[in-house]
Unconditional design. Structure first.
Length: 55
């Protein structure tokens, strides 16, 4: 699933998801890690100043 911000249904409960980087037009994905565990992966633009500082 690819989302910017919004809500998803997890086990019958609606939870908020998403992240908007203030420095770029990032994308985010919900990545399942195991049963009942998912992480929000933030994919920054290559030109993002924040990403450049943290590489």
């Amino acid at each position: 699933m690819s989302v910017k911000t919004g809500r998803v249904n997890v086990r019958g409960k609606t939870i908020p998801v998403g992240y908007q980087c203030p420095d770029c037009d990032n994308d985010v994905r919900i990545v399942p890690m195991g049963e009942g565990v998912s992480v929000l992966q933030v994919i920054h633009d290559d030109t993002c100043p924040w990403l450049g500082k943290h590489k």
